[in-house]
Design a protein around this ligand. Structure first.
Ligand code: SIN
Ligand code: FE2
Length: 203
């Protein structure tokens, strides 16, 4: 890694193997209540390559008609999202520097061929609070740039247990996932990668 934009903090190997396994157990329980679904892009309806679900009072969703937003219920089942596991609330308290709790935890499941285009996380009112990202499973190539799409970017690998905080001046940095490296982790028995992002949504 050459440099990181101001406000972006990288904590490699933040979670040890046992903590990662416990977190996977928690996430499996969330997914059992709030199944992964395939989100589609606003307007075009093009499916994303990641599958998603959420936990917390609010969940981030997208569909063709209504676009990107937060809502109280699962778009397929209509049920309220399950609670954010306590260990994630503790992690937020440890790294976010924010004294209000996160309201949403977006769960992205990447198959080994999935990726995510360069984007900003800007559907939250609380841009003073950071986005806290936790990686589990196979390593990915993560790309991060500046606050303008055309700003130069750099890529680095995020491995299982790594945590990234996008806060301060880095809160609105463009970021994305270029690729997943298959068979780089034994954490998820079926392969792939899970990314969790904890967000504060309202002020
Ligand atoms: C995201 O930007 O929502 C996910 C980032 C990641 O998968 O590391
Ligand atoms: Fe994002």
């Amino acid at each position: 890694m050459q440099w990181l934009p101001q406000g972006i903090r990288y904590f490699p190997e933040y979670l040890n193997r046992v903590a990662q396994e416990q977190l996977v157990t928690d996430i499996r329980s969330v997914v059992a209540q709030a199944p992964l679904y395939t989100p589609v892009m606003p307007k075009t309806g093009t499916p994303m390559s990641v599958r998603m679900t959420n936990c917390g009072p609010l969940g981030w969703v997208t569909d063709k008609e209504r676009g990107y937003r937060y809502q109280l219920d699962h778009p397929v089942t209509g049920a309220p999202w399950p609670a954010i596991p306590p260990v994630l609330l503790e992690l937020w308290n440890a790294v976010s520097g924010c004294n209000l709790p996160p309201q949403a935890c977006l769960i992205n499941f990447y198959s080994d061929t999935a990726k995510m285009g360069l984007h900003q996380d800007k559907d939250e009112q609380a841009l003073n609070a950071p986005v806290v990202s936790i990686s589990l499973g196979n390593t990915c190539l993560f790309r991060v740039g500046g606050v303008k799409r055309e700003d130069k970017t750099q890529s680095f690998r995020l491995a299982s247990g790594d945590v990234v905080v996008l806060g301060g001046e880095g809160r609105l940095c463009f970021h994305g996932v270029d690729k997943i490296y298959p068979t780089t982790s034994t954490l998820l028995k079926q392969g792939g990668r899970v990314n969790l992002t904890l967000r504060r949504v309202t002020l």
